[in-house]
Design a binder for this molecule. Structure first.
Ligand SMILES: [Zn+2]
Length: 264
C-alpha cells in the first residue's frame, strides 16, 4: 500500500536523477578537480540572492568610509579575474566588530564583517579573505555540501520544499553551506579538501588581481594567533595552521607566475 508520503518521495527521487543529469558534473577552476553536485547553478544563485537579502536586512550595513572603499575595491578586482559571467556581483560591509567572518554566496553575493578587518590589516590581507570566500563560491563548495544535506533530507522534507526558492529551509541551507551557519543555528563547515582548494584558488585570484600573495601565509598566521570565538568558517581546524602555511608556500611559485602573466 502506498501512502501519499511515499509517492511524494518517489517524485523527489525522479527530480534528483533529472538534476544529476543536468548539473551533475563540473570542473573546478584553477585546480581542475572534477566535482559533482545536484544543485543547478541557477537554483543555487537564486537561493544565494534570497539568503543574501535576508542577511543584509537583519544587519547594519556600512556604505561609506575607508574600510568600505577598500572592501569594494578588493572585491571588484578579485571578481574581475574570477571569470563568472553568470554572477551578479555584490559586495557588502557589515558593521559587527565581534564577528570575525566573511562569506560569498552563490551568484557572487559577498559580505565582509568589520570584525575581520583587524586581522586582515591591509588590502592584501583583505584580498586573502575575499579571494578565499569567492573561491568557495566559484568552486561550488556549498552546492556540494547542500547535496550531502539533501541526500539526508530527501525522504523527509522533500527536494521541492528545500529548493523551492524563497523558503526558510532553503535560506538556512545555503547560509549554512557557505559558512554563515552561526547566524541560522546550523553548523556545516567546509571539508578539509574544500578549505585547501579555496586557499589555492584564492591565492591565484589575488595574484592575478595584483595583490601580494605572500600576505596569505601571514594572514593565516594572524588568524591562528587570534584564537577563540570564531565562527565555523574561520574556526576550522583543517587544514592545520602548519599545513595551511606550507601548502600556500608550495603554491607560491604558481601564484608568482600568474601575477607576472597578468602584468603585475
Ligand atoms: Zn573556507
Amino acid at each position: 500500500m502506498h501512502s501519499s508520503g511515499s509517492l511524494r518521495s518517489h517524485r523527489s527521487w525522479g527530480w534528483v536523477l533529472l538534476a544529476f543529469t543536468i548539473a551533475g558534473c563540473a570542473t573546478v577552476p584553477v585546480t581542475g578537480r572534477k566535482s559533482f553536485n545536484l544543485i543547478p547553478d541557477n537554483q543555487a544563485n537564486a537561493m544565494g540572492a534570497d539568503a543574501y537579502r535576508q542577511v543584509l536586512s537583519e544587519s547594519k550595513v556600512v556604505t561609506s568610509g575607508p574600510e568600505y572603499r577598500m572592501m569594494m575595491d578588493v572585491g571588484r578586482r578579485i571578481a574581475a579575474v574570477a571569470d563568472q559571467p553568470d554572477y551578479q556581483w555584490e559586495f557588502s560591509l557589515i558593521d559587527d566588530p565581534n564577528t570575525v567572518n566573511a562569506f560569498c554566496l552563490p551568484g557572487g553575493k559577498v559580505a565582509v564583517y568589520t570584525g575581520i578587518m583587524p586581522v586582515a590589516q591591509n588590502e592584501d590581507g583583505l584580498a586573502v579573505v575575499m579571494g578565499h570566500e569567492i573561491a568557495h563560491a566559484v568552486a561550488r563548495h556549498g552546492s556540494e555540501r547542500m547535496t550531502d544535506q539533501l541526500a539526508l533530507q530527501v525522504a523527509g522534507a522533500g527536494l521541492e520544499s528545500l529548493l523551492g526558492g524563497a523558503s526558510e529551509g532553503s535560506r538556512s541551507l545555503v547560509l549554512a553551506a557557505y559558512g554563515v551557519g552561526a547566524q541560522v543555528g546550523v553548523l556545516l563547515p567546509f571539508g578539509r579538501s574544500q578549505e585547501s582548494e579555496a586557499d589555492h584558488i584564492g591565492l591565484i585570484y589575488m595574484a592575478r588581481a595584483g595583490f601580494d600573495p605572500h600576505e596569505a601565509p601571514r594572514f593565516w598566521e594572524r588568524m591562528t594567533a587570534q584564537g577563540g570565538g570564531r565562527p565555523p568558517e574561520f574556526l576550522s581546524t583543517h587544514p592545520s595552521p602548519e599545513n595551511r602555511v606550507k601548502q600556500l608556500q608550495d603554491w607560491m611559485p604558481e601564484a608568482e607566475r600568474e601575477a607576472r602573466a597578468a602584468g603585475h
